[in-house]
Design a protein around this ligand. Sequence first.
Ligand code: AMP
Length: 553
Amino acid sequence: MGRRTLKEKQSMRGLMQDWPLLCNRMIDHAAAIHGEREVVTRSVEGPIHRTNYREIRARALKVAQRLERDGIKLGDRVATLGWNTWRHLESWYGIMGIGAICHTVNPRLFPDQIAWIINHAEDRIVMVDLTFVPLLEALAAKLPTVERYIIYTDKAHMPETKLKNAVSYEEWIGTVDGDFAWKIFDENTAAAMCYTSGTTGDPKGVLYSHRSNVLHALMANNGDALGTKSKDTMLPVVPLFHANSWGIAFSAPSMGTKLVLPGPKLDGASVYELLSTEKVTNTAGVPTVWLMLLQYMDANKLTLPDLKVVVCGGSAMPRSMIKAFDDMGVEVRHAWGMTEMSPLGTVGALQPQYANLKGEPKVDVMAMQGFPPFMVEMKITDDANKDLPWDGTTFGRLKVRGPAVTGAYYRLNEKVLDDNGFFDTGDVATIDKYGYLRITDRSKDVIKSGGEWISSIDLENLAVGHPKVAEAAVIGVAHPKWDERPLLIVQLKQGQTATREEILKFMEGRIAKWWMPDDVQFVDEIPHTATGKIKKTDLRVKFKDYALPTAAA
Ligand code: AMP
């Protein structure tokens, strides 16, 4: 055999073009191919505002040009505190278009946390909606890195404010002509950041890259995922400041899907009005917003004939909600994900073996969180990192890997991947043989009773099925014999009364006997985090000294 030259031994490279996957290419595509497609907003000032992708791109270029004039460079952080509006959307593309990092801040966090996050990110500019100007005025003295504040409004609506170098967004971009070209840089450059609002400890910064955002958009556009088309209309109720807006700020423009943005009004009546008047076909949000919508529709006997698909995630979707949409002829896509995953992990489209199911068996499948699209790998393991079977019943720690999954946190020297590159989600789940995921708990919320695990989410979902129950939370309480036992905490619907026995009776026979809560406590209000999740840490404090009736036995 002849000797191979060094050149021959090297792997042969493909001969395709080098075309970095940059976020701006998505708005370029939208403007070029779907330029007339509308972006409709309920503005913070009040009126409905209409624009299109061509305009959004043109104004995003002005944002980029003006940022550069203000001295913002590759890698600098620019924060936004804004509702879903056209201005917020175009500023995302403008910031990312010069290689600066768009840092979405969740205005619902505690003010001290907001200050901590802005300081940790060292944001140089903050773009902010009128609603949150007072919030920032109260914090401004604690934000030394911020050089100027840009208020998402026009001159006429500009408030009196002492915020440093404050200017209205319209005046600010009005000083440039938009004759500007996006910068070109490596696709692994950071594009955006979003801090996870952990219930304990300091928030952690997740840093998305241009490449991860583009690949995630393709993932979201998968027909079994969000899958909107150019003829569809998407209303993301999920805010741009939650978990990368579930990727919709990229996936919708890249498909030319018409966008309807709800601005500051997320109540049932306002969301219904937009869904109905704009003939929205696809929408996405957390269960709380769908609860408000369904209650409003029910009370006013309303329908939504154009609505085809509701994506619901962020926390588990109750069965009653799945049924309500299914009865309306709306396809439910129950999704699971997290900020660290850009955020899509799984989406609950019906695979062919489930397609013809009806009634309760269909709800059983839709109550699972769906299966991963291509580019998300997952596994469940025990505490020793040993793989567990995909049998739909064994539950273990859920771990994930993929090009849009975080590999580290911003400026945190902490190893977050296992030896095979998998990220531990902190969730506990089962996976069935078709890859359908069922989240049974957060690993810190799972109740460990006699060496076995009880899913707090399953118990909560069951309890909210009781007609008098508005919301339910289950926490583990110390037990001398079993280690921990479940305590069910219930918030009743307004005007309702119920007894402990009544609630327990409803649950009996629907779960294994040893899963039955040992007691029920009624509270006026179940506490929530800034992203709408039940705040179990507060409940654990509240019930710290609580003794289960079964503990004495
Ligand atoms: P966040 O990063 O704030 O979006 O929170 C992510 C966490 O929310 C996940 O790790 C889950 O614990 C929870 N979560 C998201 N979607 C669901 C869902 N469909 N069902 C149950 N929990 C969910």
